[in-house]
Design a protein. Structure first.
Lengths: 153, 233
């Protein structure tokens, strides 16, 4: 695996950890710990198995969450200032809509539409069928639509 | 989900840039790789001609076991030295293709790389010898071990002599001497009877002893070749 692939995997795991932990510093700790555990697991084969790494990251995030109370995401501004453009305002609204969703739905949207994970990877990660993932994605989109305010997605 | 909204969601999910990514990437050590995995990966670099020679030898063994059951072992004994000659040529590829400098810059020593290639070819040729011996002994009714020794001894003789010559200045400067050795051993295996060498009539013990001795000599030559590999770059 080349250095570019390695960086992309790092970014994907980091974004996932950020979503779960709402703390960029902790998310980096979890990301690096995920890599180290994966490499030491003996399961590192021809490439970085993203599904296995997500599972490690999920468990690490769960451990960290149990030890602390979550707050707002550290290190991110809420949005634009007085001269906000329409796009920036819409971005704030989208963020607010995402905050109104259940954690599981939000996580699914991140993995699918931001990290670009395949349905097969998600099915392996969640331990369910691809059909179940399609249904959950549809439910997540509907939940987002309801939270967004009824716009057609 | 429409494209614009998908872009908005991506933007909403944007997180601070990771600050320690670069340092962590530089510290990540490359994963360990065992010898079996190294042999497997090096096998991919071996020329197709080598694998074709193995395949042709096996095919001819199977055909001759059917058509010439009495003479098949002698014919195979004359054919396999060329497979050995081709295998010996593979040991000098790093030098000939000027890959040695590059290979020395990798995680593995040049010795490990050459050893892995020799191991891959050796395993394939051993499989050909054993399978051929099984097929030939079925056709001729002779013991399989005797047949294996009878067809393996010329192979080992060529490998031993070829590797020895490759270590000499003459062999290093002339590419195809190992094939000349193969031709000589092949001629001897095929026409030994004509010059008064009753090779086919040798007892099984003699063939076994010859094959065993040649195997030891070949193994010694392999070790000496590996020891001198990096000196020739």
């Amino acid at each position: 695996m080349g250095s570019t692939d390695l960086e992309q995997v790092y970014d994907r795991i980091y974004r996932y950890a950020c979503l779960r932990l709402r703390d960029a510093h902790l998310a980096e700790d979890v990301t690096q710990e995920t890599f180290l555990r994966y490499l030491n697991s003996g399961k590192a084969g021809g490439g970085y198995e993203i599904r296995y790494m997500y599972a490690i990251a999920r468990n690490l995030c769960a451990d960290v969450s149990r030890r602390r109370r979550r707050g707002p995401l550290q290190g991110v501004s809420d949005g634009a200032g007085e001269d906000a453009t329409d796009a920036a305002l819409e971005g704030i609204a989208v963020r607010a809509a995402l905050e109104g969703m259940a954690d599981a739905d939000r996580e699914l949207l991140l993995l699918r539409y931001v990290n670009g994970e395949s349905v097969g990877t998600l099915a392996a990660l969640y331990g369910c069928s691809r059909f179940a993932i399609y249904r959950r994605l549809r439910r997540a989109r509907e939940a987002f639509r309801r939270s967004w305010g009824g716009e057609d997605v | 989900m429409n494209r614009a909204l998908r872009a908005q969601i991506r933007g909403a999910f944007s997180f601070p840039e990771p600050k320690r990514k670069r340092a962590f990437m530089q510290r990540l050590r490359p994963r360990g790789i065992g010898m079996a995995a190294l042999v497997w990966t090096q096998a991919a670099y071996i020329r197709r001609g080598v694998w074709c020679a193995c395949g042709v030898a096996l095919l001819l063994a199977l055909l001759s076991a059917r058509r010439f059951p009495g003479d098949a072992a002698r014919l195979m004994g004359a054919l396999l030295p060329f497979a050995a000659g081709i295998a010996v040529l593979e040991t000098r590829r790093s030098r000939e293709c000027r890959m040695a400098e590059l290979e020395r810059a990798t995680r593995f020593s040049l010795r490990s790389v050459v050893f892995a290639r020799m191991a891959a070819i050796g395993i394939a040729d051993l499989a050909v010898i054993l399978l051929s011996a099984a097929a030939l002994s079925l056709g001729s009714g002779r013991p399989a071990l005797r047949t294996a020794a009878q067809i393996g001894a010329p192979y080992l003789a060529t490998a031993w002599a070829g590797l020895y010559i490759e270590r000499t200045p003459l062999g290093r400067n002339h590419s195809y001497l190992s094939m000349a050795v193969a031709a000589a051993v092949s001629a001897l295996a095929l026409g030994g009877e004509a010059i008064g060498l009753p090779l086919s009539a040798l007892p099984s013990g003699a063939w076994g002893a010859a094959a065993g001795a040649l195997a030891v000599l070949t193994a010694r030559e392999v070790c000496m070749t590996l020891n001198m590999t990096e000196e020739w770059v």
